[in-house]
Design a protein around this ligand. Sequence first.
Ligand SMILES: [Zn+2]
Length: 195
Amino acid sequence: MTQEKKRKAAARAVQEATGLRYTAALRLEAASRPTDRPSFPLGTLLAECATKPAAEVDWGEDIFTDYVPDLFESDIVGGAIPFTSVLALAGALSAYGPKDELRVEYLDPLDEAVVASRRRRFLIRMLTGGIEELCRKPGCHERPTLERIIDYCEYHVARCDTQALVSMAIDLGTDDRVDVDDALERRGGSRKRTC
Ligand SMILES: [Zn+2]
């Protein structure tokens, strides 16, 4: 079996086990393969971002390069990464400080990377220079049910142990009521359905 066929078979197995769409299962399978890069503090990535020059990047013929972000070659990430993604990451993780330990969970050069800290995980999109928060479960490519409060996707929150569920319930209860209502309203839900 070729490497590609093995990957597709593994993705189908993930799809059957999780009920995810095939593309999501393919990504989850890819992300579950461990990378061998060591972890690093957020501050080290920020130092690279502040000192590295913009890299010459060949996006291929199909990309209109006027709208792509500037990237730099990151030694610690192991590939080119947008300056704006690192700055957005620093903003999202600012509460944890520059010593917060990160690791690259997944890297598809010039496409996507998943960078994770102990508690939070982010998808970096190379083409747009943005970041997206992901479910806290390593390897998962889905979004959290409710960012910063219920930090697992619907699939994984249903599989949390009692202690984790109680902890999330306390977070939900103690969070500012107005913020929770706003977040739920954006998702089209209601407090009654969630609690
Ligand atoms: Zn998940």
